[in-house]
Design a protein around this ligand. Structure first.
Ligand SMILES: Nc1nc2c(ncn2[C@@H]2O[C@H](COP(=O)(O)OP(=O)(O)OP(=O)(O)O)[C@@H](O)[C@H]2O)c(=O)[nH]1
Ligand SMILES: [Mg+2]
Ligand SMILES: [Zn+2]
Length: 315
């Protein structure tokens, strides 16, 4: 091995396939990598290497085409998007399975139609993002199918709460500049119901058509067929990176409890102290400031409905 090959390189994991990883170094070279028994990590008993991880490499071989390296060190993660534990399929040894690491923002993708905009799902995602202390952006795609003002009316409460909403049509290439601007310089995770157009948006953004497979919407159910399985990171021409993730059903939501759910509806926070009981769940207690605010129109009743539905769904 030549001497200059022995210096430590650092980079980011772009792709995971089995025990093989694609890492791009800070100077822009791609390496096909493996771990070895001496690979060190700062992340405890979790997935050793995930998409988005910052790693250090030792070069094994520098061929003309394929660069190969060993991952020597996995740096501490700022954030981790983790997978729900599947007891039936728990082949891996680690306690926590990481889908993606170091995400700056969760991009919640919904569509105006096919599938119809579902604000309950938006609320589930927002609660998740708040609980993980991740920034969130809401993308409403397929606006070319929207011939009324209904979609924007449905989104008005989110706008009022200060969430950033970007209206797009991947099909007609509308709103793409605004989306690019929101993604620039950040690591974003795209998530949303199957068929809303995540892969189509990502293909548009990457400038590489068909980089990700897109699915035809199922004619019978109106739902998209789920075509995205692996987390793969894309480098965007605008300088950001993004990851297409599985839907929220695959996420680990075990940190959200009946006790802490109320803290993830940010409009509740300024009113909560006025509830008669300091630990008020805003469900059955008397003199609840949240219920009163909903009744007097100060809080959005749909958001409160989402809160109640989520509260009920947690055991
Ligand atoms: N009319 C319209 N159709 C769109 C738009 N964006 C995507 N589609 C179509 O919607 C269908 C589903 O798109 P995908 O990009 O595969 O959806 P996805 O969110 O990646 O779906 P999963 O990978 O299953 O989660 C495809 O037939 C797309 O052509 C849009 O802006 N307008
Ligand atoms: Mg997809
Ligand atoms: Zn209350």
């Amino acid at each position: 091995m030549k001497k200059e090959d022995e210096k430590v390189l650092s980079g980011m994991v772009m792709e995971v396939s089995g025990a093989s990883y694609v890492v791009i170094t800070d100077t822009g070279t791609e390496y096909r990598c493996r771990t070895f028994p001496g690979t060190k990590t700062e992340n405890g008993d979790t997935t050793l290497v995930a998409v988005g991880d910052r790693v250090e490499l030792k070069i094994i071989e520098t061929g003309t085409k394929l660069h190969e390296a060993a991952i020597t060190f996995v740096l501490p993660r700022r954030t981790a998007l983790t997978r729900k534990r599947d007891v039936r399929r728990n082949r891996s040894k680690e306690k926590v399975q990481v889908i993606a690491a170091n995400i700056d923002q969760l991009v919640i993708v919904v569509s105006a139609f096919e599938p119809l905009l579902n604000t309950r799902l938006v609320d589930r995602y927002l609660v998740f993002a708040e609980s993980e202390q991740m920034e969130s952006v809401i993308v409403v795609n397929k606006m070319d199918l929207d011939d009324s003002s209904e979609t924007r009316e449905l989104m008005a409460p989110y706008h009022a709460l200060g969430y950033r909403i970007i209206y797009t049509s991947a099909e007609e290439e509308h709103g793409m500049e605004e989306l690019q601007e929101a993604l620039a310089g950040k690591l974003s995770a795209f998530s949303g119901h199957s068929g809303v157009g995540k892969s189509t948006l990502i293909n548009q953004l990457s400038g590489q058509q068909d980089r990700l497979r897109t699915g035809e919407t199922n004619v019978k159910t109106g739902k998209g067929l789920h075509t995205t399985t692996n987390a793969v990171m894309l480098a965007l021409p605008c300088g950001g990176h993004l990851i297409d993730t599985p839907g929220i059903r695959e996420f680990n939501l075990s940190d959200i409890t009946r006790d802490n759910l109320r803290f993830y509806f940010k409009e509740f926070l300024p009113l909560m102290q006025q509830c008669a009981y300091s630990s008020c769940s805003h469900t059955v207690e008397p003199d609840c400031a949240i219920v009163q605010a909903v009744e007097s129109g100060r809080l959005d009743p749909d958001r409160f409905e989402s809160y109640l539905a989520l509260y009920e769904s947690i055991d």
